[in-house]
Design a binder for this molecule. Sequence first.
Ligand code: PEP
Ligand code: MG
Length: 324
Amino acid sequence: KKKEWAKLKDEATVTEDGHHVELAANIGTPEDVDGVLDNGGEGIGLYRTEFLYMGKNQLPTEEEQFDAYSSVLKQMGDKPVVVRTLDIGGDKELDYLDLPDEMNPFLGYRAIRLCLERDDIFRTQLRALLRAGVYGNLKIMFPMIATLDEFRQAKAILMEEKDNLKSEGVDVAENFEVGMMVEIPATAVIARQFAKEVDFFSIGTNDLIQYTMAADRMNERVSYLYQPYNPAILNLVSNVIDAAHAEGKWAGMCGEMAGDEIAIPILLSLGLDEFSMSATSILPARTQLLGLSQEEMKGYKDELLSMGTADEVVAFVKEKAGLA
Ligand code: PEP
Ligand code: MG
């Protein structure tokens, strides 16, 4: 099987009926890029920048960040690289920020919430990104957006730093896309309104599932409720993709679900444009997609979305996608 996969390393991901999707990878450090290219990644759909901030006792400098971001962008050449701004908090803590303990860290002060308040931290990261963007195909993505105001504020700060750098005579990226993670149900519900203002969506199912099902993604006792195939999740995902397309934007997914054998036919039926996963899942996913017909899967969309339980969805997909 490994040999069969390897042959597909440099192939585009085109379904049986000629529909192209993009298979990208999730990474955490510049050292991960080799693995992405070795496994035939067409881009990076999620660069988690938290690692730069973790395992040390102070914030990374603008230069340290510039080195990491530009290294990734250079290695990827003209392939797209979606860099997510700092998503700290929740399960990822930073001791040196000395934040108070919270009752519900996953519902608390984290990610964009922290960045908009501590905009000194945010601006340093954005400057590093804008400078690094000169070296490749940069796309910037904000995590944990809950409201349109947050997106607008984050984007305004980004554009301010771009102007600042330019007036300092520094080279910066010019035509880069600015998008957001859809991982809070509120944004999935009114994706139509967001789609007018973003360049793209990337659906973060790891969090979207926990928030939609009210089931902590780390808690074993409620893990039975953590259901990627629950029709509630599928309806939200579908709404996000349709909203993006109605505004001529693209929709990707960078949660674990994007690389899952049962989810892939479903996501194809819903029209997902970009699937971002761990590098080692790319060739198996490509192999699977080459054998699927998007037209056929699209024919199942309405039926899937009107099902009542995750079990029904799984049984149906296994049969239709030849996984039984
Ligand atoms: C997600 O929430 O699906 C996601 C990709 O982000 P993280 O796993 O880093 O929270
Ligand atoms: Mg998340």
